[in-house]
Ligand binder design. Structure first.
Ligand code: SAM
Ligand code: DTB
Ligand code: SF4
Length: 327
């Protein structure tokens, strides 16, 4: 294992090293999927899928330079900066998501980190969504001491904060915050007793070794995240990664399978990128162990499949929505 990985996981003996994870990626595709499906069946109901809806409560104008992101103020994309959404609009969107069958409501803000007065507003939103009987999740960037506790007291169930890619490739994608910053926020979330939602993006131009490096980081978190979103890069015009070459969809499926094997109890979420993905590929993602997805026609700023088409896909695959409160 390289030094950086060792440093960042030095609080315990790493369970997974890069070599063993690369070996999983290198298995014959059918063997890998078979192994992933066996692990999946041991820990999860094989025909259930967890549905989360996303809402961008603060869109655009972000100070960070994440080179995939349409919300960074540094890139000229179609996303325009907006103010924090008022509470009543958030409640309205959450009610709609609930009526459509979603069990978790995730609110995202395009911030480097939330300021204290902003966190007070977010706390109100969390409490209101929680009162509707939904699971709550937010993704607000880096957190200061005490902020995770404030969110937890408001009724937060999950905090999403992604590692995005391997420590080695990270510098090619983001320069305005470090890998260590991300690990520190994740530790704060964990210490506050919140569930951790942490994953990454594939198709950024990283190598297989680097995809394995991301999975190693996630799987070696102690404990590993309860929820692991695997995003396929959505290429947005105006972002530096717009012209990145498409990743072979089977390599994306391999990444899901390796996440499933290394983090057996986690909810592995087939996240961004489904709108651009054929039904057959999505079905293979579910076979590889994905048991969660974003439901609702919009992600944060980009399109997700229409509810009706997802309901049809689920019916064709005999997948049932997971019941709330046991995720
Ligand atoms: N601003 C906060 C932060 O980055 O910590 C929270 C919101 S941010 C948009 C949440 C995550 O969305 C990112 O970490 C990234 O993994 C994912 N994401 C953003 N743009 C994406 C894209 N074009 N394709 C796939 N995933 C993307
Ligand atoms: C995550 O891992 N993926 C979601 C959620 N967490 C916040 C965001 C995907 C964003 C895709 C690009 C967009 O719609 O702006
Ligand atoms: Fe900002 Fe989050 Fe987008 Fe990075 S991913 S530019 S922090 S909104």
């Amino acid at each position: 294992m390289d030094t950086l990985t060792q440093q960042t996981t030095s609080h315990h003996t790493p369970l997974w090293n890069i070599t063993s994870i690369v070996s999983l990626f290198e298995l014959p595709f059918m063997d890998l999927l078979y192994q992933a499906q066996q692990v999946h069946r041991k820990y999860h109901k094989p025909n259930e899928i967890q549905l989360s809806s996303l809402l961008s409560i603060k869109t655009g104008g972000c100070a960070e330079d994440c080179s995939y992101c349409p919300q960074s103020a540094r890139y000229n994309t179609e996303v325009k900066a907006e103010k924090l959404m008022p509470l009543d609009e958030v409640i309205k969107a959450a009610k709609t998501a609930k009526n459509n069958g979603s069990q978790r409501f995730c609110m995202g803000a395009a911030w480097r980190n939330p300021k204290p007065h902003q966190l007070d507003e977010i706390a109100k939103m969390i409490s209101a969504v929680k009162e509707l009987g939904m699971e709550t999740c937010v993704t607000l960037g880096m957190l200061q001491d005490g902020q995770a506790e404030q969110l937890r007291e408001a009724g937060l169930d999950y905090y999403n904060h992604n590692l995005d890619t391997s420590p080695e490739f990270y510098g090619e994608i983001i320069t305005t915050r470090t890998y260590q910053d991300r690990l520190e926020t994740l530790q704060k979330v964990r210490n506050a007793g919140l569930n951790v939602c942490c994953g990454g993006i594939v198709g950024l131009g990283e190598s297989r070794q680097e995809r394995a490096g991301l999975i190693a980081q996630l799987a070696n978190l102690n404990p590993y995240p309860e929820s692991v979103p695997v995003n396929n890069l959505v290429k947005i015009k105006g972002t530096p990664l717009y012209e990145t070459e498409n990743l072979d969809p089977f390599e994306f499926i391999r990444t899901i399978a390796v996440a499933r094997i290394t983090m057996p109890k986690a909810h592995v979420r087939l996240s961004a990128g489904r709108e651009q993905m054929e039904d057959g590929i999505q079905a293979l993602c579910f076979l590889a162990g994905a048991n969660s997805m974003f439901y609702g026609e919009k992600l944060l700023t980009s399109q997700n499949p229409q509810e009706q088409s997802d309901l049809q896909l689920m019916a064709r695959l005999d997948l049932q929505p997971m019941m709330a409160n046991h995720a």
